[in-house]
Design a protein around this ligand. Structure first.
Ligand SMILES: [Zn+2]
Length: 392
């Protein structure tokens, strides 16, 4: 079976298809429609957020043969659009700034830039990771940027804007690419799974999207791994490749804590460990559940800060009602400390278990200061010491 990786098979072909970067697509479309097209563009943002994809769409828009002038809707069918899509068009030169960073590389670029494009409107230079250029190379590039031939366009991309000289920055139209929200990555993965007729649970796709950390490329590559291993996206597959526990299992632990049932919490923990998830991943995931509960409790379930699939949002919102905000904040601090303490510890599992017990039996672990403060409050309210009030 010939297998084409998802990132290539489903690469976005139009400005509005680049997930999470709609603001940039829209600005570029407007620039093209009004004929105000810069000589040099700078695309900034972390890896895998769509910079190269956007650069190729812009190159197609500038050079598409189906239109007499730059078009916001390149045809994606003409020879030029197709070769730009493959990254081998003769007038669109893609340069890796990391391996072509010397002054000689830029001199060569400059001497070629004077020639008119062979079949397109523009000769386009796309320099990826442009911050890697040497100082001399930047100086040479600056000369071309100061007096660019009318038939030349530059698109630079970088993950480290602060390393680019101000003289270059000031001559570029700058576009800041965002990290893509987990929700948007998950939705895109769902679209691809449907197109590939691959079954996948929402929860599993969200875990993949979360692990991608804002990078669509990472999300697609993880999905590739899952699909090529099993032909479908299963919970076991996600545990094997990502090592992250299912949300459902984490909720079971949180529910046991809410019940004050230490035994059930430890039993749930044992079950997760048995499925091959590491202690560290469990702490990270449980911290995530606590964070989401805290967000529900303080900002409401509809807050944009909470990125969860629908079912999961409902479950976490219900769980959140069973804790007070201070308890959730305190719980997060305990989990953070536990995560730090298990590194290199020979009793790591015991530490995590102790943390769960402590969370489940929180009222038995109140600090002496807190008890005194509470007693003083009660005394000032005139409540007798005999009336025990079971709250934090
Ligand atoms: Zn075209």
């Amino acid at each position: 079976m010939s297998y084409l990786v998802l990132a290539r098979k489903y690469r976005s072909n139009t400005f509005d298809e680049v997930v999470g970067q709609e603001h940039i697509g829209q600005t570029l479309v407007n620039a093209i429609k009004t004929g105000r097209i810069a000589h040099a563009f700078l695309f900034t943002g972390t890896r895998g957020v769509g910079k190269t994809t956007m650069a190729r769409i812009l190159a197609k828009a500038l050079n598409c043969l189906a239109s007499d002038e730059p078009t916001a809707e390149p045809c994606n069918e003409c020879e030029v659009c197709l070769s730009i899509g493959r990254g081998d068009d003769m007038d669109v030169v893609e340069i890796d700034g990391a391996s072509n960073r010397s002054i000689d590389d830029i001199r060569e670029l400059r001497s070629n830039a004077i020639f008119r494009p062979s079949r397109s409107r523009f000769r386009i230079y796309y320099i990826d990771e442009v911050h890697m250029l040497t100082r001399e190379a930047f100086n040479a590039l600056l000369k071309t940027l100061e007096e660019p031939p009318a038939h030349v366009k530059f698109i630079f991309s970088t993950t480290e804007t602060e390393k680019i000289p101000a003289t270059i920055l000031s001559r570029c139209q700058r576009f800041d690419f965002r990290n893509i929200p987990t929700r948007a990555i998950a939705a895109h993965l769902r679209t691809l799974c449907d197109a590939e007729k691959v079954t996948a649970a929402d929860d599993a796709l969200f875990r993949v999207a979360r692990a991608a950390g804002g990078s669509m490329r990472d999300g697609l590559s993880l999905l590739d791994q899952l699909m090529s291993a099993a032909g479908e996206v299963t919970d076991e597959g996600v545990v094997r490749i990502l090592g992250t526990p299912s949300d459902e299992r984490m909720n079971d632990i949180a529910a046991a804590i809410a019940d004050g049932n230490s035994a059930a919490a430890l039993g749930a923990l044992a079950g997760v460990l048995q499925s091959g998830v590491t202690l560290n991943s469990i702490i990270v995931a449980l911290g995530g559940v606590y964070r989401n509960m805290m967000l529900v409790s303080t900002c409401g379930a509809q807050s944009d800060l909470i990125e969860l699939p629908e079912m999961q949002l409902k479950a976490v919102s219900e769980l959140a009602t069973r804790f007070s905000t201070p308890v959730l904040v305190h719980g997060l601090a305990l989990l953070q400390a536990a995560g730090r303490n298990i590194r290199g510890s020979s009793v790591a599992r015991g530490l995590i278990e102790a943390t769960l017990v402590r969370l489940a039996e929180a009222e038995k672990f109140i600090s002496p200061e807190h008890i005194i403060e509470r007693l003083e409050q009660l005394a000032s309210m005139g409540v007798g010491a005999g009336q025990k009030k079971n709250s934090l």
